[in-house]
Design a binder for this molecule. Structure first.
Ligand code: KG4
Ligand code: ZN
Length: 333
């Protein structure tokens, strides 16, 4: 009999639902919350309310697109954390009620594990073991992936996440939230001629708070001299910010791969949509003899396909949770 998983994601500001049949994605739907642009970042209370409005239509759309009746679903997988608690509560409550009404199992999913398993949403899938640089708005990690469910974080940020660095740098330049995709687009038109400092962090860990401050002081000093400095040099500033963030990420990834003697290397999470990082990984992969894996854009940023995929692997192992499960804002792997 077929295994059909309904995946639900609501950890931050995107409400998403997907249907997966025997490991194949049938639908992957998402409702973005444009409202946060007005505030320059995600407002948790606003996000939670928007999830409440979006969740039913998004799940309905995912089922219709997949041409699946709810009675055919084998289990409901949902993001249990980490994330914004008010946002997580909406997805978790919906998933619990849905599973209860159909008397089917409930599978809790770790959001960051799901970003890694987005690589199994379609072919070609990476061979184990592989390294995954997981870079999003809330996390920056190098993960040693031993099998579908066994993963070890071998490096992580000590302060800001890479996506946060993009977003905060963008805010200083007057760009809308989230600034990452705009910096990416503008960087293509510029030259990385401004040099921001490289943080000195031990082991495989990262730090982005220093470059955030360096960018702030740099812009402040330049604007003092020329009030139009940012508008006149926007593309070059974006190219410089992106180059620094990407070189920090790739440098540690190279060290990690050499240290662990791993030749299959992947990237995941929202920042893996970045053109500079994607091109940089490919170039480094050629130098180092890696097989590289970069997900399609729709599987990089938050999506429910990755939740359904993770739910599928957990379902096959019988890893279910009861109706007493609660979401957790901060959680380890
Ligand atoms: O994984 P994600 O969608 O949500 C979280 O779990 O955080 O990641 C969102 C982050 C934001 O910081 C956004 O600016 C960044 O990913 N991002 C990008 C790009 N697309 C999204 N950063 C740089 N370049 C991009 N093309
Ligand atoms: Zn994410």
């Amino acid at each position: 009999m077929s295994v059909i998983i309904l995946g639900i994601e609501s950890s931050c500001d995107d409400t998403a639902a997907a249907v997966l049949k025997d490991g194949v994605i049938l639908s992957n739907c998402i409702a973005n919350q444009e409202v946060h642009k007005l505030y320059g970042g995600v407002v948790p209370e606003v996000a939670s309310r928007a999830h409440q409005e979006n969740i039913v239509p998004v799940v309905d759309m995912a089922l219709k697109k997949a041409a699946v009746n709810k009675e055919e679903i084998s289990a409901v997988a949902f993001t249990n954390g980490p994330g914004l608690i008010g946002s997580l509560i909406v997805g978790t409550s919906f998933a619990k009620a849905f599973a209860l009404s159909l008397d089917i199992p409930l599978v809790d999913v770790h959001h960051m594990q799901a970003h890694v398993l987005a690589h199994f949403a379609e072919d070609p899938k990476p061979n184990f073991p592989f390294l995954c640089l997981t870079v999003s708005g809330g996390h920056t990690q190098i993960v040693l992936v031993k099998n579908h469910l066994e993963m070890e974080v071998i490096g992580q940020t000590l302060d800001d996440a890479a996506g946060e660095a993009f977003d905060k740098a963008g805010k200083m330049m007057g760009l809308d939230y989230p600034a990452g995709p705009q910096i990416d687009r503008l960087a293509k038109l510029g030259i990385p001629r401004f040099k921001f400092p490289e943080p000195q962090v031990k082991n495989l860990d990262f730090s982005f708070s220093g470059i955030k401050t360096a960018i702030l002081y740099f812009l402040r000093d330049q604007v003092k001299e020329n009030p139009d400095f940012i508008t006149e040099n926007l593309a070059d500033i974006c190219a410089s910010v992106q180059e620094r963030i990407v070189t920090i990420l790739l440098k540690k990834l190279r060290i990690a791969a050499r240290l662990h003697r791993i030749h299959t290397v992947a990237i995941a999470g929202g920042v893996s949509a970045n053109t500079g990082l994607r091109n940089g990984l490919e170039a480094m992969g050629k130098e180092e003899g890696w097989v590289t894996h970069v997900p399609r854009f729709e599987f990089c940023t938050d999506n429910a396909a990755m939740i359904a995929v993770t739910g599928y692997f957990k379902f096959l192992k019988g890893e279910f949770v009861g109706q007493d499960v609660s979401p957790v804002a901060r959680m380890r792997f």
